[in-house]
Design a protein around this ligand. Sequence first.
Ligand code: NAD
Length: 359
Amino acid sequence: MFKVCIISCGMIANSAHIPAFKHFSEDYEITAVCDINEKAARDTAERHGILSWYTDAQDMLDKEKPDIVSVCVPNCYHKQYTLMALNSGANVLCEKPLAFSVKDAEEMFACAKKNNKILVTCQSMRFTPDRMAAKKYIEENRLENFYYGELSRTRRRGTPAWGTFHIKKISCGGAFIDIGVHMLDAIVWLMGNPKVKSVSATAMQNHKYEIGSFSKSGALTGQVDSVRPFDPEEMDVEDFSCGMITFENGAKVSFKVAWATNMPESADIKLVCKEKGIFLPEGKVLSGEENEEILKSEKCPYDTPFAGHMYIADNLRKVLKGEAELIIKPEETINVTKIIELFYRSAELGREVFTEELQ
Ligand SMILES: NC(=O)c1ccc[n+]([C@@H]2O[C@H](COP(=O)([O-])OP(=O)(O)OC[C@H]3O[C@@H](n4cnc5c(N)ncnc54)[C@H](O)[C@@H]3O)[C@@H](O)[C@H]2O)c1
């Protein structure tokens, strides 16, 4: 039985992490939760029948000595709590995005290695039926050398309105690292993790006064327990971005990501190599002059919009028992972090930025 502790008791801890660990109760026991907001910690513990709650994470780690810690704090605190938990002797599941600089991501993985622990980033949106079917098809058909891709993740009005996602000093970025990072992770995973060479990006803010519903802005169950009132005047991150990623093997991926834009909602991936073109979420595969196949996707076994967290919790217990390999690998997270760092540098400088410039 693995002892689990949760750091922070907001939307994602309550809707995704705690239900996922509880789903596999034969292998996981959540012994405590923690939040600097005492009410959030107490309410979360009571809601889920968890024995202990804390307001100080180090105190919780010292007393509970967990095997696994979920780090569910806002982005700017990911690094400090991940290092704290790893150094306490726990394996860590950290929410996305893991970090905003390659230097930080490498330091976090080095800390995991030093402590002989696992650090996994919660890239939960790889695990949609269409993306998993595409990965299987790519592997079975040995498709490689994708030379072009497109990703589009757009919401009509979906700026998160419950937390601190819109405040740069806490969230470290806007739509690109909130919803774009899931698509980025998925496309890089499907392409076989080619190394990024450069990014050319534009980031804008167009709709800060137009806010949608909780469920359409990422709180997928519609349930948010501790809402921090949204003040548009505080918003200083991008709600729209577009650009181009170039990889060392010459491949290009064009992207657009929006919390709010007057375009159709999308979560689309297009990928082309010499043999095939793959189109998601439709699951279409094109080749030759007229050939068209439809990917066979499996029905998701989990009845929750946060099914990705279930797949991750299932994989983590199997990895810890020596029964499976980690699906979300450190080198993939480091590559994605590099793209994030290049993206913000490029948007700030208004020009293409190359990986050599990050050193
Ligand atoms: N994988 C996904 O699909 C997904 C979806 C939503 C959010 N997330 C990620 O989860 C994280 C949290 O998002 P959320 O929606 O739960 O936010 P939230 O605003 O609902 O919750 C954040 C919680 O952190 C607590 N907190 C703030 N500062 C703290 C600190 N210094 N120490 C301890 N606790 C602190 C707050 O009191 C709050 O309870 C973010 O990194 C976000 O990117 C991931």
